[in-house]
Write a protein that binds this ligand. Sequence first.
Ligand code: XMP
Length: 388
Amino acid sequence: MSTVQEEAGFDVDKFIEESIKRIRELNIDKALAAVSGGVDSTTAAVLVYRAIGERLLPVFMDTGFMRLNEPEKVCSLLRKVLPTLELIDVKEEFYRELEGLDDAETKRKTFRKVFYTVLSRIARERGCNWLVQGTIAPDWIETRGGIKTQHNVLEQIGLDTRREFGFRVVEPLKELYKDQVRMVARRLGVPEEIVRRQPFPGPGLLVRCVGRFYPEKLEVLKVANDIVERSLENLDLSQWFAAIWEDDHMLDEELTRFVREKTGLDVEVHIFMKARGTGVKGDSRVYGPIALIRGNVPEDKLYRIYLYITSRRPDIAHVIYEISRRERGCYFIAIRAVITSNFMTARVAKLPLDLLKKISDKIFEKCSDVVAVGYDVSPKPPATIEFE
Ligand code: XMP
């Protein structure tokens, strides 16, 4: 009888066995693994741990861009498979370098620079000349295609890591897709909480702090995101989270007229002035405006309106439907929830509007600076799952 992985054309045991053999052949003296608690970096570290034992030093870098209380929670979970894991607080350095930046790619590139500067310092201090990374296939495919700078893609874009950072890179999962990584993780005994965790971008909440970054905005996002994650955790979604930006938008009269004509609905279409979002078109990356639909729209008409807006204005990267608004506050919170098997394409989860309203109420209650909450109705492609 064939196993699930054989049916999918992937033999987990053979992969593990061959990876361990290949890692041993590298003659690694001492390697550093920066583990984030995501399934990719954890699985990569555990695989190398199996191959070289305690010559692997696993560290968890608290960059400040993790979710609410996540560093402590994740570390205690990770120590079940990586008992020597060390937690290192590097928040200040990250905030200092990133504060005030607003362009998505500049933020990603700066995050990557700080990340590897800090990491190579730690590696030097600990005498490690190898770095373990949990890079998987979509990471480098998208970076090489110019869609987005994944923070962990180095060698595939021609960076000489030995010269730049003083270490060589080992990436045992670089040919795998997410579902294959999960199979490997389970076979290696990685705790189910980690295997099933939704994916989290390398630069963390930085890419959900849309536009200009500053620490106060991040703190509001952490609280709102925690509410969103908890409220949707039992719905079998692939990825769900909150993003934040300044609630600064203007009515687009032309789009509003067009959508009203097409649907007969009394809606307004606005465009955010400060926030822009990322999308994918063919093989390249686009960075475009974010539109906001305001007014009463039946759930089953939202996608149609999305199509009208983006057919008229293909430059618009994400379309958000406003769920609730109040008088005071300066931030807009967008809820994102998608269903996907490979994260290269994704559809928007059809969440009941009354559930989204309840979540908005909770956000208003806990975050006094939030003025409005919306739901992202954009599929991937042409939008990306993240906003930056
Ligand atoms: P996008 O936004 O490109 O995201 O549709 C696809 C999937 O990749 C995750 N993602 C990242 N993962 N480093 C990562 O390890 C990154 O820089 C990064 N950016 C996006 C995203 O959360 C989604 O699951």
